[in-house]
Every structure is written in structure tokens, then in C-alpha cells.
Design a protein around this ligand. Structure first.
Ligand code: A2P
Length: 328
């Protein structure tokens, strides 16, 4: 390269608390610095509130380490091992889903693995998440648990490996094991689940690698605004578990009214609200028609007013335990 030469440059930056990805197509190389002349946002037409919004079921969001993760997937919490989970995963893959979220604790990794194998979809086209269970936390035990999970899943690498819950006194050693798995190339990305801000701050004080994802309970009755802002400020993606409030908020009258306006279902409106907030979402269903319905959320856009209406439903109401107070 020579001084004055026009160079392409891909980079990311913060503006306020918003994380931007951009491509500077016309920069010039100075003696000691790079001058950006023009910035073209990646997929400019898709920029929404400072991030690139996914536009279809296969579309991805970029994690802190550059790995592309589908922004929408199938969750299989509470899906029974055997036919139930095998069929759910098969329905999802047939409908175009690429991301499947399981965990050792769900006791259905083998069924997820069986479905993947039977569909014949190339491994690299899928994005598989699993999690280390609380009883297995600690350095050596996490490494062993990971081997067991991959064996059950029938895969030689996992796309995203998460610490399932912040077990006090253990999660830092567990994180060291996840860092090792990451450095050894056995996982493409690592993250946590159910971490409050104070858990993250404590972890980050010693972590070598910043977690790329925090998967938390998140839905219109538990919008987690502060935690989302914190995660965003350090470039960590937020993923919602139980995005439909475990099915318990599907009769919410406010969302029903919004849904009627767009000729969509309540589930679709909630999942669309996730997408427009840059929240990775993984609704669970065992029914083929609902798996298809849940993913049919890319042909409409909620207005700012309707987004605000749904934001306003927050009651800090959990369907699961508070990560500061669990006993498992
Ligand atoms: P089912 O598996 O019988 O379809 P969450 O993802 O928040 O945990 O919610 C999952 C719950 O919501 C499950 O009980 C699931 O039941 C139900 N569910 C998932 N998608 C839909 C949908 N589109 N319409 C109604 N219920 C749904």
C-alpha cells in the first residue's frame, strides 16, 4: 500500500450506545493514519435503529468475534427426547430454520443430533447452541460435559456454547473452560445465559474473552431494558429465551389489538418486536404449523408507536426463576 492509495476498510464503532458495522469503501492511507472519506453502511437499506436488522429466517447477526449467528431459531426447552424433539427439529429445518437451541439440561441433545443427521443438511449450514448444566460447572467438569454434549449431538464442534446459569463460586472456572474450548476450535462462539449485569461485570473482571451472547428470559412482560443496554454497550448480543412468555402472554389484549391491525398472530407480533429490537429469538413449539407461523415474520414492520406500546407492557414479570435466586 502507498500513501494516498484508496483502500477498503471494514470496521465497527459505537455512536452513543448504538453499535454500528460499516464498510468504508473509500479511505486513503496517510503517513500515520487512515482517513475515512466515505462510509457505506453494510446493507444500508436494512439499517434500523443503529443495527442491521435480519430480513429472513436464514439471515444472521454478527457476534463480537465476527461469527455470523442466525437471528431467529428454534428453542427446544421442554421438548421431550425421542420423537417429539426429532420431529420439532425436522419441521424447523424443513421450514428453513438454521439455528437450534438446546442444552444438556433439556435431556434432548441426542434427539436434536438424530434429527440433524436424518435431515441430511450439511453441518456447516446449521448453527447449534448447547449449554453446560449447573452440576457440571467447574473447569475439568465443564470440559467433560462438553465432550458428552458433542457426543450426544453427533457433532465435532458446537456453534455456540453457553454457561446455563451463573452458579456462584463456579462460573469463573467454567468460563475458563469455555475459553479453552474456544481457543481449541471446538466451539465457534461462547457466551452465558441468565447473567445479570453484576454477574457479567464480575466475570469480565477476570475473563480473557468477552462473552458473545447473553441468553436471558425476555418477553413483553420482562423487557430487560437496562441489561440489554449494558450488553449492547460491550458488544454482546442478547438472546431471548421464552420469547412468548412460555405461551402465557398470547392472550394479552394490547398485543392482540396490534396483531389484528397487521393481520398477524400475537406470537408473530412478539417475535417481530424481538427482531426490531435486535434481540435474537428462539421460540419453542412442537407443532409444525406453529413452527412455520412463528417464522412468518419478515413481511411486515411494526410502527414505532406499536413498538412503544409493546415496550410499555413491561412488568418485570418472570415465568422462570430470578438468576439472583435459584436453587438448582
Ligand atoms: P406448543 O409446543 O404446543 O406449540 P416460549 O417459546 O416462550 O417458551 O413459548 C413456548 C410455548 O408457546 C409452548 O407452550 C408452545 O406450545 C407455545 N407456542 C409456540 N408458538 C406458538 C404459537 N404460534 N401459537 C400459540 N402457541 C405457541
Amino acid at each position: 500500500m502507498v500513501v494516498g492509495e484508496v483502500i477498503p476498510l471494514v470496521f465497527s464503532f459505537y455512536k452513543g450506545s448504538e453499535f454500528y458495522k460499516a464498510i468504508a469503501l473509500e479511505g486513503t492511507l496517510g503517513c500515520t493514519s487512515i482517513h475515512v472519506i466515505k462510509i457505506y453502511y453494510q446493507q444500508k437499506n436494512l439499517m434500523y435503529g443503529g443495527f442491521v436488522m435480519i430480513k429472513n429466517l436464514q439471515d444472521t447477526t454478527t457476534l463480537l468475534n465476527g461469527v455470523n449467528m442466525p437471528g431467529f431459531g428454534l428453542g427446544v426447552w421442554q421438548v421431550k427426547e425421542g420423537n417429539e424433539v426429532v420431529n420439532s427439529v425436522k419441521y424447523a429445518i424443513k421450514a428453513g430454520y438454521k439455528s437450534i437451541d438446546t442444552a444438556a439440561a433439556y435431556k434432548n441433545e441426542a434427539g436434536v443430533g438424530q434429527a440433524i443427521k436424518e435431515t441430511g443438511v450439511p453441518r456447516e449450514e446449521l448453527f447449534i447452541t448447547t449449554k453446560v448444566w449447573n452440576a457440571d460447572q467447574g473447569y475439568e467438569s465443564t470440559l467433560t460435559a462438553f465432550e458428552q454434549s458433542t457426543k450426544k449431538l453427533g457433532v465435532d464442534y458446537v456453534d455456540l456454547y453457553l454457561i446455563h446459569w451463573p452458579v456462584a463460586g463456579k462460573y469463573k472456572d467454567t468460563w475458563k473452560a469455555l475459553e479453552k474450548l474456544y481457543k481449541d476450535g471446538k466451539v465457534r462462539a461462547i457466551g452465558v445465559s441468565n447473567f445479570h449485569q453484576h454477574h457479567l461485570e464480575d466475570l469480565l473482571a477476570d475473563a480473557e474473552i468477552t462473552p458473545m451472547v447473553n441468553q436471558i428470559e425476555l418477553h413483553p412482560l420482562l423487557t430487560q431494558v437496562e441489561l440489554r443496554e449494558f450488553c449492547k454497550s460491550i458488544g454482546m448480543k442478547v438472546e431471548a429465551w421464552s420469547p412468548l412468555g412460555s405461551g402465557k402472554i398470547l392472550d394479552n389484549p394490547v398485543i392482540k389489538e396490534v396483531a389484528e391491525k397487521y393481520n398477524k398472530t400475537v406470537a408473530q407480533v412478539i417475535l417481530r418486536w424481538d427482531i426490531q429490537h435486535d434481540i435474537i429469538t428462539i421460540p419453542k413449539s412442537t407443532k409444525e404449523n406453529r413452527i412455520i407461523e412463528n417464522a412468518d415474520v419478515f413481511d411486515f414492520e411494526l410502527s414505532a408507536e406499536d413498538m412503544a406500546k409493546i415496550d410499555g407492557l413491561n412488568k418485570n414479570e418472570r415465568t422462570g426463576p430470578d438468576p439472583d435466586n435459584f436453587n438448582f
